[in-house]
Design a binder for this molecule. Sequence first.
Ligand code: PGA
Length: 258
Amino acid sequence: MNLSDSFEKIPVQIFKSPSEGSISTAHEIAALIKEKQSRNENCVLGLATGSTPIKVYDELVRLHKEDGLSFKNVITFNLDEYYPIVKDSPNSYWYFMHKHLFNHVDINPENIHIPNGEWKKENIRKRCEEYENEIEAAGGIDLQLLGIGGNGHIGFNEPGSSLLSKTRLLVLENSTRIANSRDFLNLNQVPKLAVSMGLSTILKAKKIVLLAWGNKAQIVAKAVEGNITDQIPASYLQQHNDCTFVLDEIAASELNAF
Ligand code: PGA
């Protein structure tokens, strides 16, 4: 179901299952990569981690292996990374991205950018500035993939984050650490800090696709239909001119239009 022409403040596509929404999104990304290839241009993707986008990456890997989709012209920038964390940790987002996508496609490793959980603390400000500069130098993000936290965060921009925020070191909310503790042995092991693109970084992307499945219905409805507020960072996406929410029926179930 396509609610793009309805009264929603953000266009919404609703699929029967996460799998269908993920496959559709992967095909949209593949089409963009190929369109850019046909013009001899790079395709700059902003990528997300977490449980939500895994099937998108599965389908992109399948398209590479079975349909010959090449990632040679793809440049990626990940949204965020825990801090501190070593790359080789199974909990790092560096590890996640290699496991789910990069190890299985023909992307040039030099084109992969992920905030580094091993940056020295005294250099972080400078490294974050460089991250912003690298995005600019690549020509800006063509398509940014997002998930949404139960508290409305995008990237790790927790409630209260400024619309002007850029890539920076920040403190994770307890609710975020609890949600993410499923990947760790216990809550104490979840880092308290992270490096994340800011809201202004995300909103500069030319196109944004936010995915949400299952139990995200309440926060999705607030982000799509509520007022814009720094207490729900995803509500700022209402101000973007090419942002779509891709939902399954459960995540869409609190929308008035649905
Ligand atoms: P999830 O996380 O995909 O694991 O639900 C999303 C997020 O916190 O942005």
